[in-house]
Ligand binder design. Structure first.
Ligand code: EPU
Length: 440
């Protein structure tokens, strides 16, 4: 895309000619105040959609966000032969997998979205064969799929690689104890889906335990899978012959919730998320409190209010697998910390190149030094609107959040990333008082 090559002045020239280049414009906004509703979690939705390959019949999923990643996954499942109806107004998705017959995912579909790799386990379980392309690296890191492939091999899948194409077929499939070197979300999900139909008992040890993984487990259990989770981080799956279609409402998106709470925090406002999944956002909420913000949690564990302080203080965060500080919330929080009094420290340990927004925030007047995996942020009094470039889904949102408090206008290109991750978040922010417009 053009985003990497335009200098600031060239982009302003282009923007002056009209929205030939899609962009977000954010003007300095008053403290955001009010109530907002959430949609379902993108990352739970994507994997749950692939899990339907394990079934033959019509499944109904509710609370499905109509973002571009979900649209791409619909196209991918349709390419494999699924019949799909999706209403982006009611967020209900109906998937009929009876006629699914293809097990090849073309390169261009893999390149659109790395989550496409999550079809591999279900395709191997259904057809004994899967052909995908290597998703390759992306801007936030190399993101290999070696944990997926090595462990499929341990379970009796023969993997052949021809250039960018990865072909897998089952041979003497056997349940095994699989020890993950790192609790990879995608590897845990892919292997678990394959194991639901593998005879015997598979154990995934050092498994990822993200809330989105648990939502997938809930769906697989509704299908009839036998799955148990025990300490230490072990998922035990006993294979069954057949899985049946499901109806399921996807969990609320903790990343969308985090974005809205940071919008309240950074503008010194007040936000209420009646559906806010506080039970799965503990680390973020604790960090807000450390900064001086007041957090109120509904006793049920669902429902969050933030009353922001006008004088937040610096804190340290270090990203980690759940229940540590989520890497997907790191960019949002960095935006908030640019204005916190003192020196904050943000260490990114999950992806090796996920601090690119630091450079863009610096263009807005933030004082940030990046050393290896750590950003040192000296709080400033004021940010200033300018043109910035979004490098990934979460960075696009972090720049919007910074734009809310920057003097003047912030324009953000790389809107493609924003649209991949969120449905109508700009409208929700606007309803809370934000001056934000998406030009397409
Ligand atoms: N990794 C390997 N080998 C593998 C798999 C992972 O080295 O075979 C490494 C990755 O390179 C990374 C780390 O392990 O450094 C963690 O990766 P993980 O597999 O956990 O991430 P993922 O499954 O590719 C999902 C989300 C990401 C989220 C991460 C971490 C989906 C579709 N994506 O990715 O979401 O950041 O887990 O929680 O579920 C986003 O929504 O913006 C996003 C990037």
């Amino acid at each position: 895309m053009s985003e990497n090559i335009h200098s600031t002045s060239k982009v302003s020239d282009l923007l002056a000619q009209g929205p030939a280049v899609p962009y977000l414009a954010v003007d300095q906004s008053p403290p955001l105040e009010g109530e907002a509703l959430l949609l379902g979690a993108k990352n739970a939705t994507l994997v749950i959609m692939t899990s339907l390959i394990l079934t033959k019949g019509v499944s109904i999923l509710r609370n499905i966000p109509a973002n571009d990643d979900v649209i791409h996954m619909i196209q991918l499942l349709e390419k494999l032969g699924a019949k799909i109806a999706f209403d982006p107004n009611t967020n209900v998705l109906e998937v009929d997998t009876r006629a699914l017959e293809d097990y090849h995912v073309p390169l261009e579909m893999m390149k659109m979205m790395r989550a496409s790799v999550l079809v591999m386990g279900p395709l191997l379980a259904r057809f004994g064969k899967a052909e995908i392309a290597f998703p390759g690296g992306d801007v936030i890191g190399a993101r290999p799929v070696d944990y997926h492939l090595i462990n499929f091999q341990k379970m009796g899948v023969v993997i052949e690689q021809h250039g960018q194409v990865v072909h897998g077929h089952t041979q003497h499939v056997k349940a095994r104890n699989l020890l993950l070197e790192y609790p990879s979300v995608g590897a845990t999900e892919n292997l678990m889906m394959f194991a639901t139909r593998t005879p015997g008992t598979t154990r995934i040890i050092n498994a990822a335990l993200e809330p989105e993984v648990f939502d997938l487990i809930a769906v697989l259990k509704k299908m009839g899978a036998r799955i148990q989770v025990d300490a230490p981080a072990t998922i035990t799956i006993t294979g069954v012959e057949e899985l049946k279609p499901v109806e399921h409402t996807v969990i609320f998106d903790r990343m969308e919730a985090a974005a809205l709470l940071v919008a309240g925090a950074i503008t010194g406002g007040y936000i209420h998320l009646p559906q806010g999944p506080a039970h799965s956002m503990g680390m973020l909420l604790m960090k807000f409190q450390e900064m001086g913000h007041t957090i109120l949690i509904h006793p049920s564990g669902t429902g969050i209010k933030i009353k922001a302080t006008k004088t937040p203080t610096a804190i340290s965060i270090k990203t980690a697998p759940y229940p540590g500080f989520a890497t997907d919330m790191q960019a949002y929080m960095m935006a908030a910390l640019t204005l916190a009094q003192g020196m904050s420290r943000v260490q990114e340990t999950v992806f090796e190149n996920r601090l690119m927004h630091a450079k863009e925030l610096s263009k807005m007047g933030a004082q940030i030094d990046v050393v290896h995996d750590t950003a040192l942020i000296r709080g400033v009094e004021q940010l200033y609107g300018t043109h910035v470039i979004a490098s990934d889904i979460r960075a696009s949102c972090a720049l919007v959040l910074a734009g809310l408090v920057a003097e003047g206008r912030t324009t953000i290109s790389g809107v493609y990333h924003w649209k991949r991750g969120y449905q109508g978040l700009e409208g929700k922010l606007r309803a809370l008082g934000a001056n934000i417009t998406l030009y397409e």
